[in-house]
Design a protein around this ligand. Structure first.
Ligand code: ZN
Length: 661
């Protein structure tokens, strides 16, 4: 069996450009159980020239077509094809989780289909699913590293099913990504083609793994199935999936595997610190939140409350990234936050967005969205070049251009990796960004992120249509306009970000060093209204809105210097620069006469340079615009600082987030 329509970048570009944003589908199925509801990304459309609108366009036109072509080129599809006629001659190659790159790319492409209907893309996905389905064994097992060659499976897979699932085989990890991809595909197309495949594999796992007689008691070596199975329950209403997710969580720490690396050193409800592999950890905590929301198990919530505090107060980079150590791709000890050797895997940053969104949905506090925003604008999007075609696996905060921080020996963004988890994770994450802009509870509508674009939001009083006009993050002015109001009163809740209230991160791991006071103002139809946020961090405007009503938020957005807690050894005597949600850095290309590692930042006057052009010489040399910050010292020498996410588009070289004081 062959892929029917080989992926042609040019034709897809043409189709994507011609497509319009029209079809809207709401999420199907049961409630997620959370007290607050995310407004699905299908109900929110960002303007194409807005900050994240441009990212979505890059994902649609470049990242996803690139990932599909890499799946072809690197034999990911061939792995499925070889399962049709297994042979002892097939060499086990790649990683035993290579199948997930296919699932994640299908997931991202399905998200695109929900807002940009595209028959060519739909048919291409269909042909991919034909070979995926054909590789499934009769009883539902779907894992190409074994099925293609059961005599000599991949060395990480173990001789028999599940032998190595708690360590290296990733059989349950593959299930998790398969389910996520399948649900997305089902919601985009209404077709159960992928969903049926995923349910069949889930049922195989449920049959063979569990506490009953004849079953094996095993937990995932790499978490994600917990989140995915909870989602499968929400979509299908079939409780066995939720039960299996809960079994995986409740059994963790009670099987043969007990180590910090996989967060199995103790039962999940007894955990208090973030340890071990940072992606596994983040996915586990997000899964605990999902299962807690659906089952009401508050012991999970108490555990993730403790863990979240541990991360944000002790193990959190200024960029919102996590995972200090290359060794084990892992969290370090408290305050262990080296800059040049920071791991900060792109996938771990995505996991932090998942976790913080869920913490908000549980508690309704803006501090979680503050963290989500920090990670999103810095630690996540630094993982992808602005054109969408090159990726970082680790995201360090300092570089000399020589230390090879990628596992493949490179110091620049690459179009793909042997272990391609980060590019394919971005495929599915970037198109979902509009889903983080709004949330709702009853007739309270939360404006969590500031992004130019429109939305239709379901509240308890009916649908409300609204749009935002803003150039955020380049300035702090946001206008929310109600286009179609609900009958009667409702509350619009505006998040007042930590950065304008004088708080860098909750708990004080980082703090502002310049003593500046920034303020904000809120007005309704031009008349100023009280702007003190409530205990939840939001300004609440309750009224009967009419069509055309304008709520305006002005936030002072000025360059601010930041210091870290003295306990962070690597940031001692150093200072960083932020403006609004963006962390800034000094890079060689803008500062040819400086050594950015040695030049002090303190005692400078800051001024903004709007429309500062950065030439993307790593790609086609076209340029993109940012607001840079010029830092003038008394001797007339100016440093130019650019947003952290924008670094390394002009080749490897020196970069520093934490400059000398
Ligand atoms: Zn990754």
């Amino acid at each position: 069996m062959k892929i029917q329509s080989r992926w042609l970048l040019a034709s897809v570009l043409a189709v994507a450009l011609a497509a319009c944003c029209c079809t809207k589908k709401s999420e199907q199925g049961k409630s997620t159980g959370y007290p607050y509801s995310q407004v699905p990304f299908t109900s929110v459309s960002l303007s194409e020239d807005s900050f994240f609108g441009q990212r979505l366009k890059a994902a649609r036109e470049v990242t996803i077509p690139l990932a599909f072509s890499k799946c072809e080129e690197t034999g990911r599809y061939r792995n499925f094809e070889q399962c049709l006629s297994p042979s002892p001659d097939y060499p086990p190659s790649g990683f035993p989780f290579d199948d997930t790159d296919v699932y994640k790319t299908v997931e991202g492409a399905s998200y695109i289909l929900q807002t940009y209907p595209d028959e060519h893309l739909k048919h291409y996905i269909d042909s991919v699913l034909d070979i995926v389905g054909a590789a499934q064994e009769k009883d539902g097992y779907l894992y190409t590293p074994r099925t293609m060659n059961p005599w000599h499976p991949h060395p990480w897979s173990g001789m028999h099913r599940w032998d190595s699932v708690e360590v290296l085989s990733h059989e349950f990890y593959n299930l998790g990504h398969m389910v996520d991809g399948a649900v997305a595909h089902y919601q985009a197309t209404g077709s159960t083609k992928f969903l049926d495949i995923a349910k069949k594999y889930a049922e195989c796992v449920i049959r063979e793994i569990g506490p009953g007689e004849g079953q094996q008691v095993k937990v995932p070596g790499h978490q994600i199935a917990e989140m995915a199975l909870a989602r499968l329950y929400v979509v299908t209403g079939e409780k066995k999936y939720l039960d299996q997710a809960k079994f995986f969580l409740d059994t963790r720490g009670k099987t043969s595997i007990k180590d910090i690396y996989t967060q199995s050193d103790k039962p999940v409800i007894e955990q208090s610190e973030a340890w071990g592999h940072a992606v596994r950890a983040g996915y586990q905590y997000a899964g605990m939140a999902d299962v807690a929301a659906l089952t009401g198990d508050s012991s999970y919530i108490r555990a993730i409350d403790r863990i979240w505090k541990n991360i944000v107060e002790r193990k959190y980079y200024l960029t919102g990234g996590v995972g200090a150590r290359h060794q084990g791709e892992a969290f370090g000890a408290d305050y262990e936050l080296p800059n040049a050797t920071a791991y900060n895997e792109t996938c771990a940053a995505i996991a932090q967005v998942y976790l913080n969104q869920r913490m908000f949905l549980l508690h309704g506090d803006s501090k979680y969205i503050d963290c989500l925003e920090r990670t999103l604008y810095n630690g996540v999007i630094s993982g992808m070049s602005v054109d969408g075609g090159r990726f970082f696996y680790p995201n360090p905060l300092s570089s000399d251009g020589k230390y090879a921080f990628n596992a493949d020996g490179t110091t620049t963004r690459q179009p793909w990796f042997g272990c391609a988890c980060c590019p394919s994770n971005l495929c599915r994450f970037i198109p979902s960004i509009p889903g983080y802009v709004y949330a709702v509870r009853g007739d309270d509508l939360y404006v969590n992120l500031f992004a130019d674009g429109k939305a239709m939001v379901e509240t308890s009083k009916g649908k409300v249509g609204l749009h935002q006009e803003t150039s955020y993050p380049w300035n702090g002015d946001v206008k929310v306009v109600i286009d179609t109001p609900v009958k009667g009163e409702m509350t619009l809740k505006l998040r007042i970000p930590g950065w304008v209230k004088g708080e860098v991160t909750p708990g004080g791991l980082y703090s502002f060093a310049d003593g500046k006071k920034t303020s904000w103002k809120v007005s309704v139809n031009g008349e100023e209204v009280p702007s003190a946020p409530g205990a939840d961090g939001y300004v609440s405007i309750r009224r009967k809105f009419s069509s055309g009503d304008r709520v305006e938020l002005h936030m002072d957005m000025v360059p601010r210097t930041v210091v870290a807690d003295e306990k962070v050894e690597d940031d001692r005597g150093r200072i960083a620069l932020e403006r609004g949600p963006l962390v800034y850095c000094a890079e060689w290309a803008d500062n040819p006469s400086f050594n950015v590692h040695e030049t002090p930042l303190g005692e400078r006057d800051f001024s903004l340079v709007d429309d500062y052009s950065i030439s993307n010489t790593e790609a086609d040399g076209s340029s993109f615009k940012v607001t840079a910050i010029k830092a003038d010292s008394k001797d007339g020498k100016s440093l130019v600082m650019i947003p952290y996410y924008a670094w390394c588009h002009r080749g490897a070289g020196d970069m520093e987030v934490w400059l000398k004081k």
